[in-house]
Ligand binder design. Sequence first.
Ligand code: PAF
Length: 317
Amino acid sequence: MIGVVIATLGVFYSFVLPKNAKSVKIGYALNNESHYGVSAARMRDELKNSLDLKLFPNSILGSERVMIESLKLGTLDMAIVSTGALQNFVPQVGVFDMPFLFRDLNHARNVLDNDIGQQMLNQISHEGIVAMAWGEQGFRHLTNNKHPVRVFEDAHGLKIRTTQNAIHIRAFKSMGFSPAPMSWTEVPSAISQGVIDGQENSIAVMLSEKVFQYQKHLSMTDHFYAPALILVSEHFYKSLDENQKADLLKAAAAGAEQMRAFVDKMESDGLSKLKEEGMEVVEDVDKESFAAHARSDDPYYFKLFGEDLIKKIRATP
Ligand code: PAF
């Protein structure tokens, strides 16, 4: 009997955090119901016997740029961010932000999950950051309050918020828009004050951030794929023992998987929800008319990222 009780307690305690479990802060820009939120919650569950992961959603700890700076300084332990902000710190990551580079989610995932993606994680893991895993947001689309956008000519005169990412800004200029780079936290007020006409983001972001409450027209442009990253502060990482490091890596892989599963769902039924919420959707966007002005085979990108790398990405199934 005593044996049974001890065994039961053993099972029970194996699911309870050790009393002195290290408390770990993870920040992200979106809410807890978003793809970032479910990913962070999954990591918290995975780590429940090892580390005490505390979730800080909704940019409470600052914009993505500020969070990356905090990781580097060691004042934040973990963050989930887009490449939108990260490209300022690791310019080479911008290769994945090129317009019309990836054909679909499978193509993007195949690239990120093979040696190209792994090498990029290694490249990011310098100057105070350790890149744990690739998550994602889906493909980015355009919204605005002025008029439906279907072809290149419709872009003229539209002031669109882009991320503060040199590749995104250049692509938006090439596609005929006036880009207005700013952090995501500034977007709702910039739109309501008429400082900008629109923004661009994935369906998952538009739903979780309720973009439909302040934007009327949605154009399914698929202009960029939007990778996301689970990052850890090097300062924090070095404070962990080998078991905790292994647990963290495992948890990040599970968190990334959860994020992709969420995005899959949003990509399959999110659009109908945005329509139900009243957005007017242009589905038959003439993507070629935009891609003709913002091509990923532009020699500018070859020079920046290397022609071989771009060709290798394009040739990946
Ligand atoms: O547009 C952005 O800056 C990003 O996609 C967001 C919404 C902060 C999520 O990473």
